[in-house]
Design a binder for this molecule. Structure first.
Ligand code: ATP
Ligand code: MG
Length: 427
């Protein structure tokens, strides 16, 4: 039996889960402010969904999918990304007919890609992403970018670079496509197999190749920005204007083409420039994908979104040594000594919890000193000490662990006193 965790996956242990939940809370809070609503789609879909939605010429579809046949002979794939599923659901549930447009959605959950594991690259990782469907207003491009940036800023990151580009509309892309083919064709033999197959299918993807990145033709390739028609230029100018208005800094990089085949107009990435952050610096990527909804059989609907992984966000926090203060204090720890006191603590523990407090006790029959140590380790605000004597007198000792102050409280009044603390807490 192989009792090791599968390659490229990780256990997130309780200590680390605290950080994850803290991040998830921040993310959900921000989505609320921007009015994006959560959607939960299945972990697996028909393989076709990704072949179409992500595109045949992408790394994801060509070599990274976890695909399998189920017992009914269906071709299924563990989702490698979120956009295709969201768009499938948008069409299937006819969200285009909903009165509130655009439809603003977000998702957060595990994605699966058969990749070569390395720092910041896992085979199972958690993506958070948003999709705004139904508006072609450049202001929503700026909103989506601002939301992504706000997440990184809110978790305390400072070394961030936003890079943007425009791929133009279909007309501009087609002209640029021709120029790219002319540029690469005579020497395509010098490029990798993937690039050779990309030449006719989607030459733009050659610019995103990780193998031939340093080839001289890459540097002299025709820039999409020279092929933008007037409409696309205006659109891009508006996006930049809105970012300027928001005080968001960015650089324009005409080589930023992104993975999806269906991207057009705005594309963007946020990178970490933190010293010590690994070779992979991209934290988040997104862009506009007008045309994708139609690909799934829906009506013409513009869309824009981005995705980030929590793993890379955490890696960036580690590189910048961001300190997080968790609110995970324990309200009460009960130290019970002797059988009667232990019996009594069962009910007391329940009363405390019923009054909204977090409470815990010793379950290993340890000595007083060891129990007090536990209370300290668990970061308890108060320790309640119950012994036989106290029980006979009908009282307990309550120790404020911060000040060290200790006082007796009558058992009969105990819950009343606790409730007063509770009211104070709610204020
Ligand atoms: P890369 O160029 O690093 O492979 P990508 O273009 O495949 O990235 P996207 O598909 O755009 O990435 O996914 C969006 C974000 O998801 C990335 O910016 C990154 O933060 C994260 N991500 C992608 N693949 C992984 C992975 N294998 N492990 C962890 N995070 C990932
Ligand atoms: Mg990738």
């Amino acid at each position: 039996m192989n009792v090791k965790i599968p390659r490229g996956t990780q256990d997130i242990l309780p200590e680390q889960v605290k950080l994850w939940q803290w991040i998830e809370d921040k993310v959900r809070h921000i989505t609320k402010k921007y009015r994006y609503e959560e959607i939960r789609t299945p972990i697996f879909e028909h393989t076709e969904i990704f072949q179409r939605g992500v595109g045949d010429t992408t790394d994801i579809v060509q070599k990274e999918m976890y695909s399998f046949q189920d017992r009914g002979g269906r071709d299924l794939t563990l989702r490698p990304e979120g956009t295709a599923s969201v768009v499938r659901s948008f069409v299937e549930n006819k969200m285009f007919g909903h009165p509130n447009q655009p439809i603003k959605l977000y998702y957060m959950g595990p994605m699966f890609r058969y990749e070569r594991p390395q720092s910041g690259r896992y085979r199972q990782f958690v993506q958070f992403g948003v999709e705004a469907l139904g508006s072609a207003d450049p202001a929503i491009d700026a909103e989506v970018i601002a939301l992504a940036l706000e997440i990184y800023q809110t978790v305390g990151l400072k070394n961030l670079n936003l890079v943007i580009n425009s791929l133009g509309d279909i007309e501009s892309r087609l002209k640029h496509r021709e120029a790219l083919i002319n540029h690469f064709k005579p020497r395509i033999g010098e490029f990798c197999k993937d690039c050779q197959s990309r030449l006719e299918k989607n030459p733009l993807r050659i610019l995103d190749c990780k193998v031939d990145r340093e080839h001289e033709l890459m540097k002299t390739a025709p820039s999409i920005l020279d092929y933008l028609n007037e409409e696309s230029q205006e659109y891009f100018a508006k996006v930049r204007q809105y970012l300027d208005q928001l005080g968001v800094e960015y650089t324009v990089d005409p080589t930023l083409v992104r993975g999806l085949d269906y991207y057009n107009q705005t594309t963007f990435e946020i990178m970490s420039s933190a010293p010590g952050f690994g070779a992979i610096t991209t934290l988040c990527g997104g862009g506009r994908y007008n045309g994708l909804v139609e690909e799934f059989g829906g009506p013409e609907t513009p869309g824009i979104g981005f995705a980030l992984s929590i793993e890379r966000l955490i890696a960036a926090m580690e590189a910048e040594q961001v300190e997080v203060a968790f609110d995970d204090q324990l309200d009460f720890y009960i130290v019970a000594l002797g059988d009667k006191a232990k019996d009594y603590s069962v009910k007391l523990l329940a009363d405390l919890r019923n009054n909204g407090f977090s409470a815990d006790r010793d379950y290993l029959d340890r000595k007083m000193k060891a129990q007090l140590k536990s209370a300290n380790r668990l970061n308890a605000k108060y320790t309640i000490i119950i012994g036989e004597d106290e029980l006979e007198k009908g009282e307990v000792q309550v120790k404020n662990m911060e000040s060290g102050e200790q006082k007796e409280v009558k058992l009969a009044e105990f819950i009343d006193v606790v409730q007063k603390w509770s009211n104070r807490k709610e204020k």
